[in-house]
Ligand binder design. Structure first.
Ligand SMILES: Nc1ncnc2c1ncn2[C@@H]1O[C@H](COP(=O)(O)OP(=O)(O)OP(=O)(O)O)[C@@H](O)[C@H]1O
Ligand SMILES: [Mg+2]
Length: 221
């Protein structure tokens, strides 16, 4: 009996890790067999090309590696995780909650392409990972939308005094803005669950966002 896969995506610092953890705890309390996973897995050998890319070894700008090549790097890490970590659990009926997934390639790589190429890229991406590589497609996708001016404040502490730790995506605010447009496009076109996480100047409370996600997830399971 195949399990279920729910993915939680969003731009940097939108609360993905926070909400994935809370959702996992809540669904476990409801008696479901749940595991949370997170991508990219920076500590895995399979993410080496991702780390090389994000640290600028193929170029200092995100656009120095085209959308298709960069997507392939992230896909390899997911394949390894699936095979080595969660395939069995999923195939035995478990529920996987993923903090980022193939959907993150949709958000962060579309932004490198002209808008008229987005549909073609998305079709390629989903066929590549779910069709050709054989990774499971999600049963539901949440997009956490937080205004970058708000999420950047939440992340300030993480990088305080260590701005050089930001990766090439995080350093590039124009790229971030394009990624936001791409994310909203995907949310509409692909029917993702849209969760607004701020009121324009401040984040909504963690608990309030959690309650909204929990309510909606019940309709997907
Ligand atoms: N709604 C919220 N209100 C206030 N603080 C929050 C909220 N959600 C998350 N945070 C805090 O903001 C920071 C970023 O959150 P988190 O790590 O969950 O985001 P993320 O989307 O996983 O980030 P990244 O993209 O960097 O992986 C953390 O310090 C977290 O505790
Ligand atoms: Mg995170």
């Amino acid at each position: 009996m195949r399990g279920k896969l729910i993915t939680i995506d969003g731009l940097d610092g939108s609360g993905k890790a926070t909400q994935t953890k809370l959702l996992g705890e809540a669904l476990t309390r409801c008696g479901l067999r749940v595991r949370t996973v997170s991508f990219p897995r920076y500590d895995s050998q399979a993410s080496a090309p991702v780390r090389m890319y994000l640290s600028g070894q193929f170029g200092e700008k995100p656009g120095d590696v085209n959308a298709y090549a960069a997507s392939a790097f992230f896909a390899v890490d997911r394949f390894a995780a699936y095979r080595q970590d969660w395939q069995q659990f999923y195939e035995q009926g478990g529920l996987i909650l993923a903090d980022r997934y193939t959907t993150a390639n949709a958000v962060h790589q579309c932004s490198k392409l002209p808008r008229e190429e987005w549909d073609g890229f998305l079709a390629w991406l989903f066929d590549f990972e779910y069709g050709k590589m054989g990774l499971p497609a999600p049963d539901g996708v949440f997009f956490l939308e937080m205004d970058p001016s708000v999420s950047q404040k939440l992340l300030t502490h993480r990088y305080e005094g260590q701005e050089q730790r930001r990766d090439i995506h995080e350093k590039d605010l124009t790229y971030l803005a394009r990624s936001r447009e791409a994310a909203l496009y995907c949310t509409q076109k692909l029917g993702w669950q849209h969760i607004r996480c701020d009121d324009g100047s401040n984040p909504r409370s963690v608990e309030e966002i959690h309650e909204e996600i929990l309510q909606r997830v019940q309709t997907l399971l």
